[in-house]
Structure formats: structure tokens, C-alpha cells
Design a protein around this ligand. Structure first.
Ligand code: NAP
Length: 526
């Protein structure tokens, strides 16, 4: 069955919902928001591991146009953030546009009609199929297999991707993993029915996710082996309850909430001076992190193990008050010898030492360098987006890609942050896309495609700035690809990005008019 919509948005996180809200505000109603999951919230619905919370203050990590006086903590827990996003979807009457349980298998640009064909299937059926075939999300599907769910197509003039860069889980490739006889799951795919009591648990990874769930698992598990490849820099988390009186004040006097939000914004923004300007400033952060280790861990050997040897800020700086105390517990071992193989119910380290394990939890992060799977987005001439990105993902203002007309990305290449709230960046991009749509309508353009040289010049200037940043000081992180190119982070103040995305700069685009007789409005999807 073929359906149509003017705009197809992929994802219902901050990006997809924010885009929907702003489209409605601009008078657009003919759009659809496709969500693979069974509820809205994006990463805040998908990630529900114990301890999951935001590491940016909630007063800032929320929409500027929908500030929430009711956050119960400085750093809200996952459940509260997901509930906030759901309430936004309902308040702005977005649910009628949202198609839940809808997996986007592909999107292909049709040069004749200058529009997109989006291919979808029922994500529940796809999940069952993957389970049967032992496939992980992101694994390539064999399209000839008769057991695959049924795919259907619909047309959209414009596609806006709000998929985020951290949605496809990364699994380690370890010899013998397929022989493991126990339970295993990724942090994004938490099994809350699994009881850790009396179990020997192995956790692989010590990133932002693991440092949040390790303390929770360590409370229940008989034993926890933490396989650490690289210790992260961790500073204290300035978290606390937001008292009922404070919440009442925020409700009664919204300007106080806004002032609080602004103060957080400028405090975080100051960090850019260290990240991009002069990494030596970050020595202050390093001293704070070293003191944190000394304060929370008595054992010298454990202190040594968890102390990073790379520049503070090169990888994401983490915040936690309960991670180090959890590592110091008697039932937790931090193992740094690496994993050679898995054999039955044993993990064998690189020294040949075997350790029995009932459950392996992968805290191994996401495929940030391939934010869009191969074979998913095909632009002009059928080109796969991943082929266009052979040298590393890049876009113009993180939003548009040469060869992919009418395709906009939110949280696209080099829009990520190491210092502040992504919601600010998302709102900047949404403003840019809405302005593009308005200009397309005003001038009768059927398609807009960023010019190759505009994209190249933009990226040359970004990478010149990134060259001096702390992220290029030699550590290995998901910010940087295997060729050393930082494809993920924005190298500057966030207000500079906002200035750049204030208006759709049509001069940098090839704008094609609507062909004669082809200008009729597409019927709404129902
Ligand atoms: P991550 O930061 O990429 O961490 C992955 C961890 O797994 C690292 O410690 C990595 O070690 C380790 N690892 C990966 N492959 C391995 C292998 N084959 N063998 C051994 N260890 C391996 O992933 P994440 O913790 O899921 O976080 C990803 C991002 O999500 C964060 O940086 C952040 O942007 C976001 N996040 C945000 C929040 C929040 O509060 N807002 C919470 C969670 C996550 P190496 O360091 O050696 O590579």
C-alpha cells in the first residue's frame, strides 16, 4: 500500500518531536513521524537500564519553549525525561502524526518526482525475525529471505532524520562469544526480568552508560567482574533533589526557571574555552577528577587502575558519585587484562585466566561513526549515504548533504557536544529546517540540495578548528573515526551554531522548481 505525506520525520526523541511541534507551529499538518518503538521518547524510551539518567542539568536539557518547572532532580532520571517527552507529544497534539512500531528500512530519492520513497515494516515482526535468525540491530537483512516481514512504501517530499547518532548498539567481537551459555544483553536492551541475585555478572565497558548501571547491578549481584579497557575521567555529579518549594517558585514565576536555565547554559558554555580554545585550562578538571578518585577509593591498586592516562576531556568527561564506591565493594573486581575469548560459561582473559560468569552485560556503546546503517538512505543516482561518507560522515551545518536533496538530518555530523545540552543544538537545526520548508513553499521549489563546494568549505573550516581541540590529543573515542577524523562534535560555542542556522541560506543550495502540473498538494496520510 502506497501512502503519501509532505514531510516524513524519523524518530520521536527530542529531535523528531521538536520538529513536529515546530512544523505545527509553522502551519504544517501534512507530516508523519515514524517510530520503531512502541512509545515516543527516542533514546529516553530505548535506554531504561537501572540508574539511567541525564548527565546534563534538566533545566537546560529540555525544550526552551516547554520548560518544565516540575523536574524532581537537578539531573532527571530516564523515566521522568521520557514522561516529559510524552507529555510534549500529547500537549502539542502530535500523537495523531506518530506511527509507532514502524521500522524505517530505507529511503530512496526519486529524481523524476524529486521526492522520497520511504520503505517501512512492522518493527515487532522485524524484532521476532531477528530473534529467530540471531541477528543484532544494524545487521544486514537478506532481502531474499521469505521469512522477512512485509514492507510497504510511502512517498514524502521531504525526509527529516531524527534518528540520533547513538541508536545502533555496538557489540564487541570476541572469539567464542557465540558459545556463551549464559544470559547476555546490551545496556540499551536491558532485561528487567533477569534477577541478578546470587549471579556472577560480567560487564564489558566503562563508558557513560556502564558507570550508571554498574552501581545498581553491584547492589544485587553475588559478584561483578568489570572488564575495563580504558578508564574514563569522572568528576563529582552536582545532583540533588529540587525541593517542592523551588518547584512551586518555578511554576509561579517562570522567569526564575528561565534565569536558572540561563545560568546553567553559560556555566557549561564556558567549558568550550578549554575543549577548543586552550586544553591546558582543562588541567583544573583533571585535578578535580584525581581528587574524586582519592576521596572515594582507598585501595592504591584500584586507584591506579581507574586513573586515565589521556588528556582530560579527550573522551567524554563523566559525572558520578556512586561509581567509584561501587568499584570499591568486595563483590566487584575491575579487570584490565582484556578478554581473549569466551568458552561456554567462562570468560578467558589475555593472561589465560578463566572466570565463571552467568550473565554478560555489554556497556560497549553505539555505532556512532555509522549513525545511519548501510543500505538505508539512497540519494541522487541511487547513491548510498554510507558510500558518500566513505571518508567519514559530513554534512553542511550538520543538516544537509550534497547528493541527497530534500533530506535533512537533526543531530547530523559535527553537531554533537562534549560540554552542553544537545536539545539546544536540535532546536537550532529545527529552526533551519522549518525556514528551508517555508522558503521552498514561498519560491515554489520542489527540491533543495546543498552545493558540494558549500559543504566542502564548511567542513574545511570545522576541521581546522577541530585540529586544535582536546579531542585530537591522541585518545581513542567514538568522537573520532579510524582515520582520526572527528565526525561528531561541534567545535565551538553553541550560540555560534545557532547564529549559523538562524536562516536557511538558499544561496548555498541548488533549488529546483516544481515541474509544470506537478504542484498539487499531496493528500494527508491517515
Ligand atoms: P561508550 O561511551 O562508547 O563506552 C563504551 C565502553 O565500552 C567504553 O568503555 C569502551 O572502551 C568499551 N568497549 C567497547 N568495545 C569494547 C571491546 N570490544 N572490549 C572491551 N571494551 C569495549 O558507550 P556508552 O557508555 O553507551 O555511552 C555512549 C554515549 O551515550 C555517551 O558518550 C553519551 O554521549 C551518551 N550517553 C549519555 C548519557 C547521559 O547521561 N546523557 C548516558 C549514557 C550514555 P574504550 O573506552 O576503550 O573504547
Amino acid at each position: 500500500m502506497s501512502q503519501t505525506a509532505k514531510i516524513a520525520i524519523i524518530g520521536t526523541g527530542f529531535s523528531g518531536l521538536g520538529m513536529g511541534i515546530k512544523l505545527k507551529e509553522a502551519g504544517y499538518d501534512n507530516f508523519v513521524i515514524l517510530e520503531k518503538s512502541d512509545d515516543v521518547g527516542g533514546t529516553w524510551h530505548e535506554n531504561h537500564y537501572p540508574g539511567c539518567a541525564c548527565d546534563v542539568q534538566s533545566a537546560l536539557y529540555s525544550f526552551s519553549f516547554e520548560q518544565n518547572p516540575n523536574w524532581t532532580r537537578m539531573f532527571a532520571q530516564q523515566k521522568e525525561i521520557q514522561a516529559y517527552l510524552r507529555s510534549c507529544a500529547e500537549k502539542y497534539d502530535l500523537m495523531k502524526h506518530v506511527r509507532l512500531n514502524t521500522h524505517v528500512a530505507g529511503a530512496r530519492f526519486d529524481e523524476k518526482t524529486q521526492s522520497w520513497t520511504v520503505e517501512t515494516c512492522d518493527s515487532r515482526e522485524l524484532w521476532a525475525y531477528r530473534q529467530k535468525k540471531c541477528l543484532n540491530p544494524g545487521d544486514k537483512l537478506n532481502r531474499k529471505d521469505k521469512g522477512l516481514p512485509e514492507f510497504s512504501n510511502f512517498k514524502a517530499d521531504v525526509v527529516v532524520s531524527g534518528m540520533g547518532g547513538l541508536s545502533t548498539p555496538a557489540y564487541p567481537s570476541i572469539k567464542g562469544l557465540d558459545t556463551f551459555t549464559g544470559k547476555s544483553f546490551h545496556s540499551q536492551d536491558w532485561d528487567h526480568d533477569y534477577d541478578f541475585k546470587g549471579k556472577r555478572v560480567a560487564v564489558i565497558g566503562t563508558g557513560a552508560s556502564a558507570i550508571q548501571f554498574v552501581p545498581e547491578v553491584a547492589k544485587d549481584a553475588a559478584h561483578l567482574d568489570l572488564y575495563q579497557r580504558t578508564p574514563p575521567w569522572i568528576v563529582p555529579k552536582p545532583d540533588r533533589e529540587i525541593r517542592p518549594l523551588e518547584r512551586m517558585m518555578f511554576r509561579k514565576f517562570p522567569q526564575t526557571l528561565n534565569a536558572f536555565r540561563q545560568s546553567i547554559y553559560w556555566m557549561l558554555e564556558a567549558r568550550v574555552l578549554g575543549f577548543v580554545g586552550n586544553p591546558r585550562i582543562l588541567k583544573i578538571g583533571e585535578l578535580q577528577a584525581r581528587r574524586h578518585i582519592r576521596n572515594q577509593i582507598k585501595d592504591r591498586e584500584l586507584r591506579r587502575k581507574v586513573t586515565p592516562d589521556f588528556h582530560f576531556g579527550c573522551k567524554r568527561v563523566l559525572i558520578s558519585n556512586n561509581y567509584y564506591p561501587a568499584l570499591a565493594q568486595n563483590n566487584v573486581d575491575v579487570l584490565t587484562d582484556g578478554i581473549r575469548e569466551v568458552r561456554g560459561n567462562m570468560i578467558v582473559d589475555n593472561n589465560g585466566r578463566e572466570r565463571e560468569v552467568d550473565c554478560i552485560i555489554y556497556g560497549t556503546g553505539f555505532k556512532a561513526q555509522d549513525p545511519i546503517p548501510a543500505g538505508m538512505v539512497h540519494g541522487r543516482g541511487g547513491q548510498d549515504l554510507l558510500d558518500a561518507w566513505k571518508g567519514g560522515a559530513e554534512a553542511y551545518k550538520g543538516s544537509a548533504i550534497a547528493g541527497f536533496p530534500n533530506f535533512f538530518m537533526l543531530m547530523g555530523p559535527n553537531t554533537g557536544l562534549g560540554h552542553s545540552s544537545m536539545v539546544y543544538m536540535i532546536e537550532s537545526q529545527i529552526q533551519y529546517v522549518v525556514d528551508a520548508l517555508k522558503k521552498m513553499e514561498k519560491h515554489g521549489w520542489k527540491s533543495v540540495e546543498v552545493k558540494k563546494n558549500a559543504q566542502s568549505q564548511y567542513n574545511a573550516s570545522i576541521h581546522a578548528k577541530l585540529g586544535d581541540s582536546v579531542w585530537q590529543t591522541g585518545c581513542k573515542s567514538w568522537y573520532v573515526n579510524e582515520n582520526g577524523k572527528n565526525t561528531t562534535l561541534w567545535p565551538g560555542f553553541t550560540w555560534q551554531f545557532r547564529q549559523q542556522t538562524k536562516r536557511f541560506d538558499a544561496g548555498q543550495y541548488v533549488c529546483e522548481p516544481v515541474a509544470e502540473g506537478a504542484g498539487e498538494a499531496v493528500p494527508a496520510l491517515n
